[in-house]
Write a protein that binds this ligand. Structure first.
Ligand code: DQA
Length: 139
């Protein structure tokens, strides 16, 4: 059975309540339940943390999986360590952002992750996670 992990960064535990005009009204628990139904044929693991080092640890832990879907949230724009962790592991990583980071503040246009990722999906809402898994499964 193929194993794919979803890793979410800081404040994504507040999805559904957090700035709903930008991130929508759906919590990630609901989204994950739907994804698990859609991709019932695979093992879909989930990890969320508000702590940078824990995200690095999760990338290492899932480093031999078929693939990883990563939304590093604000750490996208600051974390050399997360970029280095992606480069260090075998699993292809798809970077996902719910909002269109290029249409927001300038600091969100910088990513320490994109150059190390297989690709990036941004601005497509929660559908981005589904599309990322579809890509990893077809790859
Ligand atoms: C985000 C975009 C980031 O700029 C922001 O810090 C987040 C969420 C997104 O999914 O749109 O927390 O990664």
């Amino acid at each position: 059975m193929k194993k794919i992990a979803i890793i979410n960064g800081p404040n994504l535990n507040l999805l559904g309540q957090r700035e709903p005009g930008i991130y929508g009204n759906t919590g990630f628990d609901d989204a994950l339940e739907k994804l698990k139904k859609t991709f019932a044929e695979i093992e879909l693991d989930y990890f969320q943390s508000n702590i940078e080092g824990e995200l690095v640890g999760a990338l290492q832990k899932f480093g031999n999986y078929h693939g990883i879907v990563l939304n590093p949230a604000a750490y996208t724009h600051t974390s050399v360590a997360i970029g280095d962790a992606i480069a260090a592991i075998k699993a292809p990583v798809v970077e996902v952002h719910i909002s269109n980071v290029h249409a927001r503040e300038d600091f969100r246009k910088i990513s320490h992750v994109s150059a190390k990722a297989a690709g990036t999906i941004c601005g497509l809402g929660l559908m981005g996670y589904q599309l990322a898994i579809e890509y990893l499964l077809k790859k």
